[in-house]
Ligand binder design. Structure first.
Ligand SMILES: *[C@@H]1O[C@H](CO)[C@@H](O)[C@H](O)[C@H]1NC(C)=O
Ligand SMILES: *[C@@H]1O[C@H](CO)[C@@H](O)[C@H](O)[C@H]1NC(C)=O
Ligand SMILES: *[C@@H]1O[C@H](CO)[C@@H](O)[C@H](O)[C@H]1NC(C)=O
Length: 257
């Protein structure tokens, strides 16, 4: 009798454990590198949610990595390029560097110009919010495709699919020190005081009217390009996993999964 009770007690504990695990809803990011070179993706939790088990790693051309995330999670993902270690073991990147001196960013921020994917997973009422932003400039084309898990409505894709580095106006371009790699990133025109000084308008109006704003807007119509814009570039989804592709082939709007 006593033994039977003990056994059913154990069974109950196991059942409770299984059901509480099922309560903890997980999402996932599949990060894909379609670029011709290695990139070093970085992930940073923001707004009080915990850092993920990995905050930075190398991803060779053609590779992908699937990362599991416990919701709620708020944070951002970007790609670092032209990274390496110096003779003292200090790891730095020419674009997107997070200043940790190591492969893992450990929750540290980023050095613009950097294309940025921003997420709030189960941020409000079970909804995910996501966008791609070039407000802090551009370094790599990016595409975010939700993979809906709950069988509900399809959710929108977003990104900045065009490689802006080649077309970047000279005044905004960031070159590699020795010039061998050409343009590695493109600054957002808002950073340029000389742009703002051109017109005697409010800060927001100056930016909106600038050629450089139009350059970003026409190249990346789905992304946030301007901190003062009133349209929303943020999408919502009830519950999804997300495929984040660096250097998607342009004009397809889909990843090559
Ligand atoms: C990541 O892997 C899990 C388990 O295989 C899968 O269910 C999930 O859909 C994958 N995520 C993406 C975004 O493909
Ligand atoms: C690592 O390199 C960066 C960029 O060159 C520099 O700012 C930083 O001080 C270096 N850190 C160490 C520990 O050498
Ligand atoms: C979202 O979070 C709420 C609690 O804030 C939880 O009850 C719900 O199950 C979560 N939904 C998803 C899809 O993770």
């Amino acid at each position: 009798m006593g033994r039977r009770l003990l056994l059913s007690g154990t069974a109950l504990i196991i059942l409770l454990t299984i059901s509480s695990l099922a309560e903890v809803r997980a999402a996932s990011f599949k990060i894909v590198n379609n670029c011709r070179r290695t990139i070093w993706p970085a992930l940073q939790a923001t707004g009080g949610t915990g850092q993920l088990p990995t905050t930075g790693f190398a991803l060779k051309s053609g590779e992908s990595k699937n990362i599991s995330i416990l919701k709620p999670w708020n944070g951002r993902i970007w790609g670092r390029t032209h990274c390496g270690q110096d003779s003292s073991g200090n790891f730095t990147c020419l674009t997107g560097d997070c200043g940790s001196g190591a492969l893992e960013c450990g929750g540290l921020g980023y050095q613009p110009p950097t294309t940025m994917a921003e997420f709030g997973l189960n941020a409000t009422a079970g909804l995910d919010f996501y966008d791609v932003s070039v407000v802090d400039g551009f370094n790599l084309p990016m595409l975010v495709v939700p993979k809906v898990t709950s069988g509900e409505r399809a959710c929108g894709t977003t990104g900045c699919l065009v490689d802006l580095n080649g077309a970047c106006p000279k005044v905004l371009s960031v070159q590699r020190g020795d010039g061998r790699e050409g343009v590695v990133a493109c600054r957002n025109g808002l950073e340029l005081r000389e742009v703002l000084a051109l017109l005697d308008l409010s800060m927001a109006a100056k930016y909106r009217w600038s050629l450089y704003s139009r350059f970003f807007r026409s190249a990346c119509p789905r992304a946030y390009t301007d901190p003062y814009e009133d349209r929303t570039a943020t999408l919502t989804c009830a519950s999804a996993d997300y495929i984040i592709t660096f250097c998607p082939s342009p004009n397809t709007g889909k990843t090559t999964e």
